[in-house]
Design a protein around this ligand. Structure first.
Ligand SMILES: NC(=O)c1ccc[n+]([C@@H]2O[C@H](COP(=O)([O-])OP(=O)(O)OC[C@H]3O[C@@H](n4cnc5c(N)ncnc54)[C@H](OP(=O)(O)O)[C@@H]3O)[C@@H](O)[C@H]2O)c1
Length: 357
């Protein structure tokens, strides 16, 4: 039996209020102070994972009680210390590898400092997140009748760990690539690196301008608030929102019935897995970053597979091959916490004026 652990945290105070109804009526500032003072804790025991290759795994979710906003706003040393404590708890529980969920991989140096302070390997899960984000966006495009090789693609958060590799992959597959982010020099340097690929690459810090012509959008930022609004999107576009908390305004689901928004990085895990904790997904589905951690355990690759902010295409290919071997697959599409049926996708396609498949 292989053993892993994965560090979770509340993305927003809404999560805290959902998980702890007894404190739901407390003001935001009180809840934040409460989280600041709380040590990491064991959330659940994960059982029943059996891979297509016959390997079995169990694991633990460990909670790091800080929201995404707190992780970005509080003193970095305080935040990293708490993540190290959570990782040390994973080691004590008996995990052979620990994965960093959501902002525990975003803050600081992408797990390098954490790995130096514990005795088991650490992975951010970002390699498999890239693989599933690109796969999901391209599959969504196909369902919406978009030909990627003729399409304009925007990557929002293109300078980031996940964004950079997504941009590299998309530069070989599409007609035009817009790199969208906050720092123009870094975006232009990435655009220069991608010069000579199939896509014509350009860079902007203006989200609205970057999205106006985009047929396919991958959004992978560390923004803790919504940054993509309903009127930013072209009719018929597909948006793969990988960011947690999400980047796309919920208003899109209310006012834009001609745009397909999907959650990126949702994976079907093989076996009769019981997470024994609800993070809002249907049974037997997990985030891609969790899945990477589980895969490494199943494959007995007890190594810091994705560490730091730079990911190579080889890492993305290797983890995809591991996923195929162990029977991990992209799960059915979800949009704003709900499953999307093929009828709903066909209706979005019709609303965008496209003929049926
Ligand atoms: N779905 C999943 O399974 C899964 C798995 C792992 C991670 N994630 C999520 O993926 C996201 C990205 O993670 P990462 O590790 O790639 O983070 P990262 O390396 O910190 O990169 C984030 C990028 O977003 C940019 N950014 C932040 N705020 C922005 C804004 N308002 N407008 C435009 N760009 C902005 C940052 O710009 P600067 O370069 O200027 O800082 C940075 O380049 C996070 O939300 C994380 O929680 C999801």
């Amino acid at each position: 039996m292989e053993r892993f652990a994965f560090i979770l945290h509340p993305l927003t105070l809404d999560d805290v209020r959902r998980w702890q109804p007894a404190v739901a009526d407390r003001p935001d500032a009180v809840l934040e102070k409460m989280l600041e003072g709380m040590p990491p804790f064991k959330v659940s025991h994960v059982t029943g994972i059996r891979s297509a290759a016959g390997a079995e795994a169990e694991g633990w979710f460990v909670g790091c009680p800080l929201t995404a906003r707190q992780m970005m706003a509080l003193d970095a040393d305080f935040v990293i210390k708490k993540i190290i404590e959570a990782a040390a708890m994973a080691e004590t529980l008996g995990a052979g590898i620990v994965g960093l969920g959501a902002f525990t991989a975003v803050v600081g140096d992408g797990g390098i400092t954490v790995s130096r302070n514990i005795n088991i390997p650490v992975t951010t899960g970002n390699s498999y997140t890239v693989a599933t984000a690109v796969e999901g966006a391209l599959h969504g495009a196909e369902l919406m009748g978009i030909d990627p090789s003729a399409a304009t693609v925007a990557v929002v958060g293109a300078n980031g760990s996940i964004g950079k590799v997504c941009s590299c992959i998309m530069a070989d597959k599409t007609a035009a690539l817009k790199l969208v982010g906050r720092r123009i020099e870094a975006l232009e340097a990435l655009a220069a690196d991608l010069d000579g690929r199939k896509a014509v690459v350009s860079a902007t810090t203006d989200i609205k301008a970057g999205l106006a012509a985009a047929d396919i959008i991958l959004t992978v930022t560390s923004a803790t608030d919504v940054i993509i609004e309903a009127d930013d999107l072209k009719s018929g576009a597909v948006v793969c929102d990988v960011s947690r908390p999400r980047n796309v305004s919920r208003q899109v689901s209310e006012s834009r019935n001609d745009v397909l928004v999907i959650e990126g990085g949702v994976v079907a895990v093989p076996g009769e897995v019981e997470f024994n904790f609800s993070f809002g997904f249907p049974p037997r589905t997990a985030y891609a970053c969790m899945s990477e951690t589980i895969l490494l355990a199943l494959d007995q690759r007890y190594e810091s597979f994705t560490l730091g902010k730079d990911i190579s295409l080889k890492q993305v290919k290797d983890i995809s091959a591991m996923a195929d071997r162990h029977g991990f697959k992209l799960a059915g599409f979800r949009s704003f916490e709900r499953a999307l049926s093929s009828e709903q996708i066909a209706a979005i396609r019709r609303n965008a004026g496209r003929s049926a498949l």
